[in-house]
Design a protein around this ligand. Structure first.
Ligand code: XIL
Length: 354
C-alpha cells in the first residue's frame, strides 16, 4: 500500500506534467511545422527539398531568409563556395560568404550541398592567366580541395566535387584542368575530397544529362569508369535547368536515374529551374508547374533519387534573366514572394497527390 504522502504526490505530479506539456517551446513563425510547407511534407517522407542561396540576400532582403528556412530542409551555395569566391588571390582565402551560408543552414537545421570544388567557370584569374606545369596545377587543386572540403568537414552532406566536365557532344570539356592536368584531374579531385571529408557523399554534377542522349551516356560512362577504378564517387547531380519549351521526358529521366542506381549511385536533382519566354502567360505558368511536378514525382519514385534542389526559390533573385536573354520566371515564388502554380505542384507531388 502506498503511504498517504505518496498518494498526495501523485495528483501533484500529474498536474505538473499537464502544465509542462501545455507550454509549447517557442517556435519562430518562419519555422512552424504545420504540415503545409514543402519542408514539412519533405520531412515526413524523409526527403531533401532544397534551394540555392545567395549569401547577400540572407541579410539584404528581409523576406528571403524566413521563406528559405520555412520551405526547405537543404540548401546549397549559389556562388559562395566556388573557386573564385573562396580564393580571389593565391595568398587569400575568403570563406565569409560560404561560412554565412553554412551557419544559416545549421541554425535552421538544414542540410548543406557543397557546390562546387572543380569547375571550368568562376576560376580566379590568378589561375587562368598564368602558365602552369602539370605538377604545380595539381598542387593548387589539391590544396584548394583540402582547404574547402576540409573546412566544412562533417557539415556538408554532399559535395559537387566536379562540375560540368563533359561537353555537349560527350567528349571531355576543354578547361584549364583538362588542358594542363589531363583527365586525371577528375579522379584526383574525388580522392582528395574523400580524404578531406570522408563522411560526405561525393557527386559528379552536370546539365543536359538528365534524360537520355549522347551527353547523359557520356556522363554514365565517366562515372562507371570512375567506379571501376575504385574512385570514391557516390552520386550524380542532374542540374535540370529546363524550360517550358524543352524539358526531357519523364520516362527518359526515370530510365537514366535507374541506370545510375544500378551502378549503386545516388542521384540528386541539383539546380532545377524552368525558364519561360517573357512575359509569362498563365498557360505557361501552368505548364511550368507540370514540369516541376513531373520531375519531382520521377525523383520521388526512384529509390536512389534523394534530393530535389532548385536554383533559388524566388524570381526576385534568379540567374535566368541574366543568363538567358528574354527568359525569366523560372522559380516557384514570384518576385513578390507570392507562391506560383509551381509551388502548389511541388506540394502535391510531395503529398503523393496528382
Ligand atoms: C550560376 C549562378 O547562378 C550565377 O549567379 C553565376 O553568375 C554563374 O553561375 N550551373 C552551375 C551553377 O553549376 O554553378 C551556375 O550558377 C548555373 C549553371
Amino acid at each position: 500500500m502506498p503511504r498517504p504522502f505518496a498518494l498526495l504526490l501523485i495528483p501533484a505530479l500529474a498536474l505538473w506534467l499537464v502544465s509542462c506539456s501545455s507550454v509549447d517551446p517557442p517556435i519562430d513563425d518562419d519555422e512552424q511545422n504545420d504540415g503545409s510547407t514543402l519542408r514539412s511534407r519533405a520531412d515526413s517522407v524523409d526527403f531533401y527539398i532544397g534551394a540555392a542561396v545567395g549569401a547577400a540576400h540572407l541579410t539584404n532582403d528581409a523576406q528571403y531568409a524566413p521563406i528559405l528556412s520555412r520551405e526547405f530542409n537543404m540548401l546549397t551555395a549559389e556562388n559562395a563556395m566556388k573557386f573564385a569566391s573562396i580564393r580571389p588571390a593565391r595568398t587569400a582565402f575568403d570563406f565569409s560568404a560560404a561560412d554565412d551560408i553554412v551557419d544559416f543552414a545549421e541554425a535552421h537545421e538544414m542540410a548543406v550541398r557543397g557546390h562546387t570544388l572543380v569547375w571550368h567557370q568562376q576560376v580566379p584569374s590568378w589561375i587562368t592567366n598564368a602558365s602552369w606545369s602539370r605538377e604545380d596545377l595539381l598542387a593548387v587543386l589539391e590544396q584548394h580541395i583540402e582547404s574547402v572540403a576540409g573546412r566544412y568537414r562533417g557539415r556538408v552532406v554532399a559535395w559537387d566535387v566536379v562540375n560540368e566536365a563533359v561537353a555537349d557532344d560527350g567528349s571531355l570539356r576543354e578547361s584549364i584542368w583538362l588542358d594542363v592536368i589531363g583527365p586525371e584531374y577528375i579522379s584526383q579531385a574525388f580522392r582528395w575530397a574523400h580524404e578531406a571529408d570522408p563522411e560526405a557523399s561525393l557527386f559528379y554534377n552536370d546539365y543536359s544529362a538528365e534524360g537520355l542522349g549522347a551527353k547523359s551516356d557520356a556522363v554514365y560512362e565517366l562515372v562507371e569508369g570512375l567506379l571501376e577504378d575504385g574512385v570514391p564517387i557516390h552520386g550524380v547531380g542532374l542540374q535540370m535547368h529546363v524550360s517550358t519549351e524543352f524539358a526531357p521526358s519523364a520516362a527518359d529521366v526515370a530510365t537514366n536515374i535507374e541506370r545510375l542506381g544500378e551502378l549503386g549511385l545516388e542521384v540528386h536533382i541539383t539546380e532545377m529551374d524552368v525558364r519561360i519566354p517573357l512575359p509569362a502567360s498563365d498557360a505557361e505558368l501552368a505548364q511550368q508547374a507540370d514540369v516541376y511536378q513531373t520531375m519531382l514525382e520521377v525523383c520521388l519514385e526512384a529509390w536512389n533519387c534523394t534530393a530535389f534542389v532548385l536554383w533559388g526559390f524566388t524570381d526576385r533573385h534568379s540567374w535566368i534573366p541574366g543568363a538567358f536573354d528574354g527568359y525569366g520566371s523560372g522559380l516557384i515564388f514570384d518576385e513578390n514572394y507570392e507562391e506560383k502554380f509551381a509551388y502548389d505542384a511541388l506540394t502535391r507531388a510531395l503529398a503523393g497527390e496528382n
